[in-house]
Design a protein around this ligand. Structure first.
Ligand SMILES: CC(C)(COP(=O)(O)OP(=O)(O)OC[C@H]1O[C@@H](n2cnc3c(N)ncnc32)[C@H](O)[C@@H]1OP(=O)(O)O)[C@@H](O)C(=O)NCCC(=O)NCCS
Length: 383
């Protein structure tokens, strides 16, 4: 007999003959995840891992009473689940809340019964502005059928860099001599970057924590309507990665467990080389798989030419650590084109957003067509 977890009666929100839906609040998420992972046999699906639960519990924009996870149980087994990740929507001087879908899945053996959609319906019944991005085709089909509205898409690029001839030749002859991608990431040396306008240079250095200057610059340059990520959220992303790396094996019975050969996020602050004045920052995620080192541009902010400066800084960083590719928004990628070696390959990508308002006059309902989108929206900064 399947021995898993019986839903605690106070958490049950909907119950039918085949599916009981329970909701887990943020304040109980870590205990719930730890307990569930202890009592769930290896051949049954987990609705979340303790590692993910701990990361979500550190979200600076979440409240202990927020609903963090919906779990659909068939008998005692987890049959489907849907996570909710609170975030901010800034509208001018006002801050509203949104809830991003994360980790939405139907467990193996329970597909084709509409359980995922029933969990979605339970989430949409909550008085929240619901959003999801970075979705699979199956998820998009379900969102459309459920009548969710769409915004975006957000356009970004994956660029595979052509390496200098000498490096390519050397790599073919002596693979063993070149350090592994993971080793190249351990230290990011300080580097100099020309301003895109050609006047002046910046010095970029890695830092464990962004300064108050970064906070001030971010506040003075942000768009009017945006899914806001302040310095606190950026620190959270960098300190609580969801990806398992460096030989860690995530549980095999969680569908969204992510593992890479190496993964790390980092922060670079920039100062004007001549005046020493603070000029901006960027956050990056570096991940390696199959010996390819990819650098993704997360949050960034610069005093001027922000998009071109951020793109150039990522390219320069990739050259320093001998990275194989970049992932960045279209607007940051476009100014890079003249700087890329011939032979580099660009892939266009785009990502849609599905949303459902918490009410006819909810904050998101009022401004959905005006939001400035970013590569870090939703849970995508963590992957
Ligand atoms: C995305 C996902 C959660 C959607 O859940 P879902 O809509 O309930 O999907 P399921 O495949 O379990 O069930 C839907 C199917 O069951 C069928 N179905 C049978 N009985 C049903 C019922 N009572 N109600 C609704 N659908 C029913 C539907 O016709 C549908 O088939 P179709 O998609 O071929 O038309 C699920 O497809 C999934 O886990 N996918 C893999 C992981 C994933 O992509 N997650 C999203 C990451 S962004």
């Amino acid at each position: 007999m399947a021995v898993s977890e019986a839903p605690a009666s106070e958490r049950i929100v909907r119950s039918s003959s085949d599916l009981t839906i329970e909701r887990v609040r943020l304040r109980e998420l870590v205990d719930y995840a730890e307990h569930t992972s202890r009592v769930t046999p290896a051949n049954q699906e987990l609705p979340i891992t303790p590692h993910l639960a701990r990361a979500q519990a550190s979200n600076p924009y979440a409240d202990p009473d927020d609903i963090a996870l919906l779990v659909g149980r068939s008998g005692r087994n987890c049959a489907a689940y849907l996570g909710l990740l609170p975030g901010r929507l800034r509208i001018g001087d006002r801050i509203a809340r949104v809830h991003w879908a994360t980790g939405w899945g139907v467990a193996p053996g329970f597909g084709g019964r509409g359980y995922g959609r029933r969990l979605l319906a339970a989430a949409l019944a909550e008085p929240i502005d619901f959003l999801s991005t970075g979705n699979s085709d199956a998820a998009e089909r379900s969102f459309r059928r459920a009548g969710l509205r769409e915004l975006g898409p957000f356009a970004f690029r994956v660029i595979y860099l052509q390496k200098p001839l000498a490096e390519r030749a050397w790599k073919r002859i002596r693979r063993d001599v070149l350090s592994k991608p993971a080793d190249r990431l351990s230290v990011v040396p300080e580097f100099t970057l020309s301003r895109p306008t050609g006047r002046g240079k910046l010095i970029l250095r890695e830092t464990a924590e962004l300064s108050e200057d970064a906070e001030r610059l971010l506040a003075s340059t942000r768009p009017e309507v945006v899914f806001e990520r302040g310095v606190d959220a950026i620190h959270w992303t960098v300190r609580c990665p969801w990806v398992d790396a460096d030989g860690c094996a995530p549980p095999e019975n969680y569908r969204f467990a992510m593992v890479r050969d190496a993964f790390r996020c980092g922060l670079l602050e920039a100062h004007d080389r001549d005046t020493g004045q603070f000029a901006g920052f960027l956050a990056f995620a570096a991940s390696t798989q199959n010996n390819l080192l990819m650098l993704k541009l997360l949050d960034y902010c610069f005093d001027r030419d922000a998009q071109a400066t951020a793109g150039r800084a990522l390219l320069q960083l990739a050259r320093l650590v001998r990275g194989d590719g970049l992932v960045l928004s279209d607007v940051c990628a476009a100014p890079l084109r003249p700087l890329l070696s011939c032979g580099s390959v660009e892939h266009k990508r785009q990502r849609g957003y599905f949303w459902h308002p918490g009410g006819a006059d909810s904050p998101l309902a009022r401004v959905a067509n005006r939001v400035a989108l970013s590569l870090c929206d939703g849970d995508t900064a963590f992957t």
